[in-house]
Design a protein around this ligand. Sequence first.
Ligand code: NIG
Ligand code: FE
Length: 418
Amino acid sequence: MKKRYIRHASELVTCKGSAPKHGKEMADIGLIKDGAVIIHDDKIVAVGTTEELDKQVDVKEYEVIDATGKTVMPGFVDSHTHFIFGGYRADEFSWRLKGDSYMSIMERGGGINATVVPTREATEEELMEAGEERLNRMLEFGVTTVEGKSGYGMDCDTELKQLRVMKKLDEKHPVDIVRTFLGPHSVLPEWKGKEREFIEEQLRVVMPKVKEENLAEFADIFTEKNVFNIEDSEYYLTEAKKMGFKLKIHADEIYQLGGSELAARVGAVSADHLLKASDEGIRQMRDAGVISTLLPATAFSLKEEYAPGRKMIDEGCAVAIASDLNPGSCFTNSIPLLVALGCIYMNMSIEEVITALTINGAAAVDRADVVGSLEPGKQADIVFLKYPSIHFMPYHTGINLVETVIKKGETVYHKEWK
Ligand code: NIG
Ligand code: FE
């Protein structure tokens, strides 16, 4: 058995307790000064102060890791990404800088549809290679679990290809990948006005194959004006649930369409984006136990107003934060950017942001029993920051502070700060 003992962490963030954390609970990250963690193989077996755990271990049997001067915390869970895609859309970013809107670019044939052809044309090997590279960048930021969506194929073969690539990468790469089927991501010209038929095809042709090969555990849809309306989205989500998929929804991003209320009605695990969520929608998500997943780097990239994260927490919601990494609306997976936006523009405390990026992110991908906190029995997914306190995270703005990443008990990333 491999035995490792981390001791003398200046601040040990455990995020222990209820999962997900709602409202005021989000500020409680279970911080331990001079903290220590005992790891056996891939699991955490004890967490406490160094003084307490020193009494439990015979240091001669352990690989001792001195964390003096460091912050030690759970690996981040990036619970919303579209990281498998072909091609790039840098031209669209430059058009937006000149004043075009995301939706106007989409309406003239750009946007999500512009990623479909290069994703269809890419071989599985090419998608694997690009995907692996992106996973390596995630790991450097301390991300140890990521959610990834299909949705750039919009035909059966390409949707399955995207999901198979993620399944293979999950087996090969240290970062754990949770897979989501997002067939109804956009409406191709040939399906315009026939959205319900497109959804029927997803439900009757594509999704049974996804189930057969166990390629995705979540189903998601882009519910938006001029994309999929509330009625079609409700039908899709209700049917997907009957097939055994857990639900996610891209909701109330550009227009207030009632996606938050729909998420509550269908019992989605999470509703994501929520820039325009109504007060009633926020209350309904809270009461139905839907996690509000906020994607502030997308709002930043699109120059939109941020989702009302402060209000959601004050209302008692469980808020998660994720990157939304994708080739269009948000081509970044920078955790320091998310921290800065959460703290500076969304008026969240650093404790709330940490909860949103760890245990609540884990709950948003239904992994809160395995990852997202440092507690006995959980997977040893642990990040070391170079500095001694969580307060350096927003303060050393935009800088990646990650020094070491442990995944399932093994050191998988280390950076020498010289
Ligand atoms: O979450 N809003 C819909 N889907 C993605 C955008 C994907 C893209 O632009 O390629 C999102 O922002
Ligand atoms: Fe998205």
